[in-house]
Design a protein. Structure first.
Ligand SMILES: Nc1nc2c(c(=O)[nH]1)N[C@H]1C(S)=C(S)[C@@H](COP(=O)(O)OP(=O)(O)OC[C@H]3O[C@@H](n4cnc5c(=O)[nH]c(N)nc54)[C@H](O)[C@@H]3O)O[C@H]1N2
Ligand SMILES: Nc1nc2c(c(=O)[nH]1)N[C@H]1C(S)=C(S)[C@@H](COP(=O)(O)OP(=O)(O)OC[C@H]3O[C@@H](n4cnc5c(=O)[nH]c(N)nc54)[C@H](O)[C@@H]3O)O[C@H]1N2
Ligand code: SF4
Ligand SMILES: [Mo]
Length: 700
């Protein structure tokens, strides 16, 4: 027997966001340390979250045994046999009594491709349920719907991230990359040097500040008016004859309807609606049309709205009018958020979808996937319902009575949080797979502890559509199991007609076969090939070398043309006097619902509590001082947090991060109204009142 070396180094990637920064994980005597690794996306950089990510592997909060709810309301540890038997028995009983669709599954964009694929297969085949959706609905759904409709395919960046480096102009709408993907900023340097970084954000965010000193322009519209802004810019591009008529004729359909639809958005009206001055509008339109190397990029700030799909569509239409998409030096893209936010939307955890980005309603797709799974296509359920609808059906007549949660903390991150809490409490049975007792796990009947990123093999698909390898660098704690193993064991107990492997390489091979011929075709890939270090951009059909840049010759619709879909701006009533518009979003130190980063001591110390950004003039009017405790309220609920006065926000707007729980949870205020096309909730525009409160005596 050979003696293991004292230190082993493993090349992997960060557990958090879609930039998927490259890391070297070094195991010294059972403890992992993180080193940055050079890679085209992060160029040797990591943010604070990446640097501290390994601390959670040995967190004292970690769950290391299955936990079962006891009659007294507490939890007690159980064996895996007992826990899985209980889950399988309850699922079978609920299914027998109330039908397969009484069992719902909620997935996540942080799951590896293998887990996301297996979860979709498990739901359709082992549970026979149509009721699966995932947190990517809260994240990428508007841009995905717009991309699919316009291009026939949704890959967040249809080009390589590195391509941005050569750009002279980048229009960044509703994205704060300086805090949400810090190493991304290096890719903006070319545009900044050329004076062409244009950031559209109601806040002077860290990213907006990158435009200072001649590097570009910060545009500060009222929240939720980006659609009007984009229609106004398109109006100007057409009126000033800046549109690329040749490109439009050769590569698109629908331009005439677009031209008519933007007719009413003359600059003065756009200014009145958005608050963006006419001179800025003209300057942006001209700059965008000025020459080589122009990119338009969108983030959650413009997509997480009730009109998010229309807004993303308007950004695409502007890009098409300028002839940017499918050319070597220009483009349109959306910045995917979660670690596997891209792959997570390709392999079957969306309610209307089968692996390979296939439609579940497409007969040929059903036949192909059913053949890979060895089941009758007729046995596959039809489309389910999107995330908000799935969650709001909990405990209601005809809704789901049981939910399995894999990789999301909906109590904190889903809109209208009090309704979500009520729904979870009304369920007959809740199973949560997690590493920690997240706020959602606290509602569970059974909590199953799973392996973390550095303890498992798998693949992730980054924001540029590049499939990368996640490597196991350390053994998991003894009581913890992989999600693939859990799904295999449950499928077996449920008498599933198809087999479920718990070997990630085997699952990946099956996924690749299931995706063959689909939009997101991975059939030419394998763990082995990826380990050799190829830059694997999908589509990657068998025998190909992948597709770093999409649409160079044609778009993915049958006729090869991009569809321009004319969209209209909603007429929005101005907020009532005395109210403010709440915008929610992110801080550098915390990730999403905070279930992970609130458990990293130095991140928690840097941002221990929720703070609401308020303009000093607004604060003065409301007699609120910096650091005072305030209450934000509306008809849905109220939030207690600390006031942070800053001139960087519009006086009519306040900003609250959504990383905190309990009565600091921003989603107590957000509405579960959704975009009719994508099912995206309105996270970025909520009407609230703000008042100072006396600090109550705490019992601490
Ligand atoms: N630190 C950190 N990084 C992350 C994450 C995290 O939780 N923390 N999450 C990852 C994930 S899943 C995602 S989706 C990405 C999200 O990344 P981003 O899209 O960059 O993040 P947000 O902070 O949600 O929103 C970006 C900006 O939109 C602005 N905004 C709000 N409303 C509007 C509006 O109506 N119009 C315009 N133009 N702008 C508006 C906000 O002021 C904010 O600065 O980040 C990823 N990276
Ligand atoms: N108000 C407001 N709300 C928002 C947003 C906003 O901007 N404003 N943004 C939305 C967006 S873009 C997103 S992406 C969502 C994200 O919000 P969530 O879906 O809540 O995402 P996370 O906080 O990452 O939750 C992941 C949970 O799963 C666990 N976990 C991590 N990896 C795995 C795994 O591999 N397997 C399992 N079983 N568990 C795992 C973590 O410990 C954590 O408890 O929030 C949305 N909510
Ligand atoms: S930017 Fe994203 S991928 Fe990179 S280290 Fe930070 S959280 Fe991780
Ligand atoms: Mo996201």
């Amino acid at each position: 027997m050979s003696i293991a070396p004292a230190e082993t180094a493993t090349a992997s990637h960060c557990p958090y966001c879609a930039l998927q920064c490259a890391m070297t994980l070094t195991d010294s005597a059972g403890a992992i340390s993180v080193g940055a690794r050079d890679f085209p996306t992060n160029r040797g950089g990591l943010c604070k979250k990446g640097w501290t990510s390994a601390e959670l592997l040995s967190s004292p909060d970690r769950i290391v045994e299955p936990m079962l709810r006891q009659p007294d309301g507490g939890f007690a540890a159980a064996s895996w046999e007992d826990a899985l038997d209980l889950v399988a028995d309850r699922l079978s009983a609920l299914r027998a009594e109330h039908g397969a669709d009484s069992v719902g599954v909620f997935g996540g964009g942080g799951l590896t491709n293998e887990k996301a694929y297996q979860l979709g297969k498990f739901t359709r085949v082992a549970l026979g349920s149509s009721r699966i959706d995932y947190n990517g609905r809260f994240c990428m759904s508007s841009a995905a719907a717009a991309g699919n409709r316009a291009f026939g395919l949704d890959r967040g960046l249809p080009f390589r991230l590195e391509d941005l480096g050569a750009a002279e102009t980048i229009l960044l709408l509703g994205s704060n990359v300086a805090q949400t993907m810090p190493p991304f900023v290096a890719h903006l340097e070319g545009a900044r040097a050329a004076g062409g970084l244009i950031v559209v954000d109601p806040r002077r965010s860290a990213t907006a500040r990158l435009t200072e000193d001649g590097a570009g322009m910060h545009v500060q519209p009222a929240p939720g008016t980006d659609l009007a802004l984009l229609l106004g810019l398109t109006h100007l591009v057409i009126a000033e004859r800046l549109a690329d008529r040749e490109y439009l004729a050769a590569r698109t359909t629908g331009f005439e309807a677009l031209r008519r639809s933007v007719g009413e958005w003359w600059p003065e009206r756009t200014q009145e609606h958005t608050g963006v001055p006419v001179w800025q509008l003209r300057e942006i339109a001209r700059r965008l049309a000025a020459g080589r190397g122009t990119y338009i990029l969108t983030g959650r700030g413009v997509e997480q709205h009730e009109d998010g799909t229309a807004t993303a569509t308007a950004a695409i239409n502007l890009s098409l009018a300028l002839g940017l998409v499918g050319t070597a030096h220009s483009g349109y893209g959306t910045l995917t958020g979660q670690g596997n936010g891209q792959g997570g939307r390709e392999h079957g955890q969306k309610c209307d979808q089968l692996p390979g980005y296939r439609k579940i309603t497409d007969g040929a797709a059903r036949e192909h996937v059913a053949a890979v799974w060895g089941v009758d296509p007729q046995s596959l359920p039809g489309p389910g319902v999107p995330a908000v609808e799935l969650l709001s059906s909990m405990g209601r007549a005809g809704g789901i009575r049981c939910l399995l949660v894999h990789g999301s903390n909906v109590v904190v991150s889903a809109p209208n949080a009090s309704r979500v809490r009520e729904g979870l409490a009304a369920l007959d049975f809740l199973v949560v797979c997690d590493f920690f007792f997240s706020e959602t796990a606290q509602f569970a009947d059974v909590v199953l502890p799973v392996t973390q990123w550095a303890e498992e093999e798998g693949t992730m698909t980054s924001l540029e559509g590049r499939v990368i390898r996640r490597r196991r660098a350390i053994d998991p704690p003894p009581g913890v199991r992989s999600e693939l193993w859990i799904l295999r064991e449950l499928a077996r107990r449920l008498g599933s007609p198809s087999t479920f492997s718990d070997d990630p390489a085997v699952v990946f091979d099956e996924l690749c076969r299931a995706s063959e011929g689909g939009t997101a075709d991975y059939s030419g890939l394998s763990h082995e090939l990826l380990d050799s270090g190829v830059a694997a951009y999908w589509p990657y059909p068998t025998g190909s070398a992948g597709t770093p840049r999409l649409f160079l010759d044609r778009f993915a619709h049958a006729d090869g043309l991009a569809r321009i879909v004319a969209v209209r701006s909603r007429s929005s009533a101005p907020p009532e006097s005395g109210t403010l518009t709440l915008v929610t979003g992110r801080l550098l130190e915390h990730y999403q619902s905070g279930a992970q980063t609130r458990r990293v001591p130095e991140l928690a110390a840097a941002q221990p509590v929720a703070r609401v950004q308020l303009h000093p003039a607004t604060a003065d009017r409301l007699a609120i001082t910096d650091g005072a405790e305030v209450e934000l309220a509306n008809a849905r609920g109220s939030v207690r947090c600390v006031a942070e006065l800053t001139p960087d926000i519009r006086p009519d707007t306040v900003f609250l991060p959504f990383h905190f729980a309990g009565d600091e949870c921003a989603n107590l205020l957000t509405s579960d109204a959704t975009d009719p096309v994508s099912g995206m909730p309105e996270f970025k525009r909520t009407i609230v009142t703000v008042r100072a409160v006396q600090r109550e005596l705490s019992n601490a």
